[in-house]
Design a protein around this ligand. Structure first.
Ligand SMILES: Nc1ncnc2c1ncn2[C@@H]1O[C@H](COP(=O)(O)OP(=O)(O)OP(=O)(O)O)[C@@H](O)[C@H]1O
Ligand SMILES: [Mg+2]
Length: 267
């Protein structure tokens, strides 16, 4: 079953150039889906269309069975958590606790339940010890963890991360990626990660490749991301495991596996 069904949507910021041109996506319930594509290919625009921040000119968006329209937009937003690229633009409160509470207040959560919810999600992202810290005093990775805790505390069915790790150092990036993977394994939350990290995409269940406002291809990353010429033509790299596989092939060693572990075992 698809939790998000996007059918033939188009969108233009200026009524001339199409940021999205006849885009269709089907996001299976409970899967970890990545969207890759060069700068300006329309990835963030899709995320903004899904929560009704931008209004499409054509097509249809259905979230958890609800068609996106004025009547349903609030209910749809309550099902979707969004984490953006820049952790510094996502804080309102003066402490981590206030910040998470702010989102809950907006969702009219019973104040009596609030502390419990805050503590539960701070713990889920490993930030329990930082609840009374000022957000500005946290590292980039810690800020993104708090942003994720804030998004999760609203109990969304779908978590959309729009390059949530792109401003982080390798350690912060790995921390947040591990956290997302863990969340996906422990809950049946659907995750949509918009990413420039082809290695992350390789680990996902389904990958969509965007180019110039269109979906170029989609499917299992081990097949979609194996198309070296196609990816090179839109300035994307192929995953390391596949580079390794092709390098082996070039010296006459053909292995059927598509993961590094699998190939090493085979050899
Ligand atoms: N606020 C805006 N006003 C006008 N044009 C915009 C705006 N935001 C994006 N665009 C244009 O829409 C197209 C798609 O942009 P979008 O931000 O969706 O790309 P993206 O794939 O998220 O890129 P990136 O990887 O750089 O984040 C681009 O051509 C971009 O210039
Ligand atoms: Mg973007």
């Amino acid at each position: 079953m698809s939790i998000i069904e996007i059918k033939n949507i188009s969108f233009s910021y200026n009524n001339t150039d199409l940021a999205l041109s006849n885009v269709s996506l089907s996001i299976p319930q409970g899967k970890y889906v990545t969207i890759v594509g060069h700068n300006g290919s329309g990835k963030s625009t899709i995320a903004k269309c899904i929560i009704g921040l931008l209004q499409t000119s054509h097509g249809e968006i259905i979230v958890d069975g609800l068609p996106l329209n004025l009547e349903n937009v609030d209910e749809i937003r309550s099902k979707v958590g969004l984490v953006f690229q820049n952790p510094d633009n996502q804080f309102i409160g003066s402490t981590v606790r206030d910040d998470i509470a702010f989102g809950l207040e907006n969702h009219r959560v019973d104040p009596k339940e609030m502390d419990g919810i805050i503590e539960r999600f701070a713990s889920a992202v490993g930030m329990s010890d930082y609840l009374n810290f000022e957000p500005t005093k946290l590292s980039g990775g810690q800020k993104q963890r708090v942003a994720i805790a804030g998004a999760l505390s609203m109990a969304p069915q779908i978590l959309i991360l729009d390059e949530a790790t792109s401003m982080l150092d390798p350690k912060g990036k790995a921390e947040v990626n591990d956290l997302v993977k863990q969340l996906h394994e422990q809950t049946n939350m659907t995750i949509i990660s918009i990413t420039h990290d082809i290695e992350e995409a390789y680990q996902s269940d389904v990958v969509y490749v965007m180019n110039e406002g269109q979906v170029l291809d989609y499917g299992h990353p081990h097949e979609v991301l194996a198309q070296e010429a196609l990816l090179k033509s839109i300035k994307l790299d192929i995953p390391f495991a596949l580079k390794f596989k092709y390098a082996l092939k070039s010296v006459g060693i053909d292995v059927p596996q598509t993961t590094l572990e699998g190939m090493v075992e085979h050899l």
